[in-house]
Every structure is written in structure tokens, then in C-alpha cells.
Design a binder for this molecule. Structure first.
Ligand code: ZN
Length: 366
């Protein structure tokens, strides 16, 4: 569980004047908030086009219906996965990294880092879009894991990423080469513990001077209670389509009514619009736009090259197999001549074919 904020700073007043984005931006401009922690959730990836598997009528939802899931989230239930890994692999095929681009909100987090303001980005998202902006992975805590790595659920051996990628592309269940156990991307499923890195980085909250929460309904614990981990006077900004995490108590949750501390600000907006406004207030609008455009152009080029390489590799493999087949045929014919097998009866033809087949098999196994 995330720890509670230290209470030794209880009497420090909040530096906020009012509940506006302007006020928050002013803090940053005045260098009164130069240690920023950003918490992010699914809302920041909506604009990237990542489909929500819980939304009825979407292709992904319909596609998953054939598996007769007891409830949509069962797809991320470890016990269900052990019984029936296919629905997860079908979902993984849709959302696997490599076709969705980071949004302006993702790039804003990287910009915060380049300005020397970011302490850490704790994200609930498994889509790796934070990494794809070029943000140093040391700056990210993927609280629920991600698709970046995978391992065997039985012997825990790390799986080869390329093998997993290949399987996911075909929605084929990957198996461990050591023990034949199921391979699962290192995403935290219901019924599993959070990555140790999540707990190791909780100290980050001690010195934070500003908390920005974007695109999350703050319903999943323990992530949701991270908002209580900053000190009592630290301003907290929520950018989300609707209110989230509000309790108006002095102990936990947001207090948007300013009943206890004058520090929580809710900016109800689409994530990217809210972030663009924030960037404008900070005078970073053009810089953010340029980073977003250039970053995604680079990704596009990179993925095109990777795809080309994969295609070439695939073609190379097929050519080699063809070449191998020809060699085996020639070898079998030579063998046939030496053994002087007469090719008159069907039985003999059959035997010849069997010799060829076993030769081919041996050749391929090498
Ligand atoms: Zn294994």
C-alpha cells in the first residue's frame, strides 16, 4: 500500500491562490513547483486510438464475445488466463505496441522532464506510450506492468520479446521453451502483486511540490491512493473529463471544495485540450507541438523500417527453405541412383518418398 504523507509539514500553507490552471502554471513559472509527479491513466491514451475492450459495439468487444468471458475484466484475471489464455492474446493482438502513437499529453510529460521538473510518471497504462515519446524509462513507473517484457507464468523465465511479438501478431498463445508454461506479457493481472518498482519508488512523493493527475477515474487501488502520498500542502491538479477521487475529507481523496486545504484543482476537460491549455500558459505550446510532430514522425519511420526488415527476414527464411528443399531433393536422387532403386512399383515409389521426407525432416532440424 502507498504510504501516507509525512505529517511533519502539516502547518505549511498551500501556495495556491485559486482553483485555476493559471494558478498552477504560475507556480511552475515562479519555480515554486519544480518537483512534479504525474499520475496517468487510460484517459490519456484514448486519443491515441487504443480501443476500450469494455465498450459494447466496438470491434474489439465483439471480437471477444466469442470467448464467452464471464465479465470483461476476466481477460486480466490470472486464474482465467491459466484456463483460457486465448481471449487475452486476441486483445493483445489489438493493443500490442507498434501501431499507436503517443498523444500530446504523453509528450508533455517528456517535456516536463526536459525542463528538469519531472520527478516521476506513475502510469496505470500498459500500452508503453510513455516510453515511445523517448522519455527515459527510469522516469516511468508502470504500476500495472506493460507489454515491454514477458515471462513464463510457471518457471518465471523471461521470454524472448521477438518470439512473443510473433505470437501476438497471429493471436497465437506463446509457450515457454523451458517448461511449456504459458507466456504472459509482464502486465499485472487481477490476483497478482504490483511490480516491486512501484513500491521502491514511493519515496518520490516525499519531496514532490506538485502532483498532476491526468486521465484516470482513480478507481483502482492501490494506485488511486497515491494522491494521498504527497505532503498535505502540496497542490494537486486533476485533468480529466469528469471529477474523480473527490472525497472532501481531510484524510484521503481530493478536496475540491477547499473545506480543509486550499490545494486541489479540477480541470474538467479532454486530456489533450487541458494539457494544451497548460502548455500555452507555460509558454511551451510551440515546443510541445514540435516535439509531438517530430517524435511521431520518427516513430513512423522507425516502424516502417522494422516492418521492412521483418518482411525481408521472412522472405529470406522462405528462400532458404526452398533452397534447402532443392538440396534435399538432389541428395535423395543421388542416393536413389547409388542404391539403384528401380522406380517401377508403387511400393517402391512410396519408399522413395519416405526417404526424401525423412531427409527433409533431418535437414530442417539442424
Ligand atoms: Zn517456463
Amino acid at each position: 500500500m502507498p504510504k501516507k504523507s509525512s505529517s511533519n509539514k502539516k502547518n505549511v500553507p498551500s501556495p495556491l491562490k485559486d482553483q485555476t490552471l493559471e494558478s498552477i502554471a504560475q507556480l511552475i513559472k515562479d519555480k515554486k513547483a519544480s518537483k512534479v509527479i504525474v499520475l496517468t491513466g487510460a484517459g490519456i491514451s484514448t486519443k491515441a486510438g487504443i480501443p476500450d475492450f469494455r465498450t459494447k459495439g466496438t470491434g474489439l468487444y465483439d471480437n471477444l464475445q466469442k470467448f464467452e468471458l464471464p465479465y470483461p475484466e476476466a481477460i486480466f484475471d490470472i486464474e482465467f488466463f491459466e484456463e483460457k489464455p486465448e481471449p487475452f492474446y486476441t486483445l493483445a493482438q489489438e493493443i500490442y505496441p507498434g501501431k499507436y502513437y503517443p498523444t500530446k499529453t504523453h509528450y508533455f510529460i517528456r517535456l516536463l522532464h526536459e525542463k528538469g521538473l519531472l520527478v516521476r510518471n506513475f502510469t496505470q497504462n500498459i500500452d508503453t506510450l510513455e516510453r515511445l515519446t523517448g522519455l527515459d524509462e527510469e522516469m516511468i513507473v508502470e504500476a500495472h506492468g506493460s507489454f515491454a517484457t514477458a515471462s513464463c507464468i510457471d518457471c518465471h523465465k523471461a521470454a524472448d520479446n521477438e518470439d512473443v511479438r510473433g505470437c501476438v501478431k497471429l493471436a497465437k498463445v506463446a509457450r515457454c521453451q523451458e517448461c511449456d508454461g504459458l507466456i504472459k506479457p509482464d502486465i499485472t493481472f487481477f490476483g497478482e502483486g504490483l511490480p516491486t518498482r512501484f513500491f521502491d519508488r514511493l519515496d518520490d512523493f516525499d519531496d514532490a511540490e506538485l502532483l498532476i493527475v491526468i486521465g484516470t477515474s482513480l478507481k483502482v487501488q492501490p494506485f488511486a491512493s497515491l494522491i494521498d502520498s504527497v505532503a498535505d500542502h502540496v497542490p494537486r491538479l486533476l485533468i480529466n473529463k469528469e471529477l474523480a477521487g473527490a472525497s472532501n475529507s481531510s484524510k484521503s481523496g481530493f478536496d475540491f471544495k477547499w473545506k480543509h486545504k486550499r490545494r486541489d484543482v479540477a480541470h474538467l476537460d479532454d486530456c489533450d485540450s487541458g494539457i494544451e491549455k497548460m502548455a500555452e500558459l507555460l509558454g511551451w505550446k510551440d515546443e510541445l507541438h514540435e516535439m509531438f510532430v517530430k517524435g511521431n514522425e520518427k516513430l513512423k519511420a522507425q516502424w516502417a523500417v522494422e516492418e521492412l526488415l521483418q518482411e525481408n527476414q521472412q522472405e529470406g527464411k522462405e528462400e532458404e527453405e526452398e533452397k534447402g528443399d532443392k538440396e534435399v531433393d538432389a541428395l535423395a536422387e543421388e542416393l536413389e541412383k547409388r542404391l539403384k532403386v528401380p522406380s517401377s512399383s508403387d511400393q517402391q515409389e512410396k519408399e522413395k518418398d519416405q526417404t526424401k521426407e525423412s531427409l527433409k525432416k533431418n535437414h530442417k532440424m539442424k
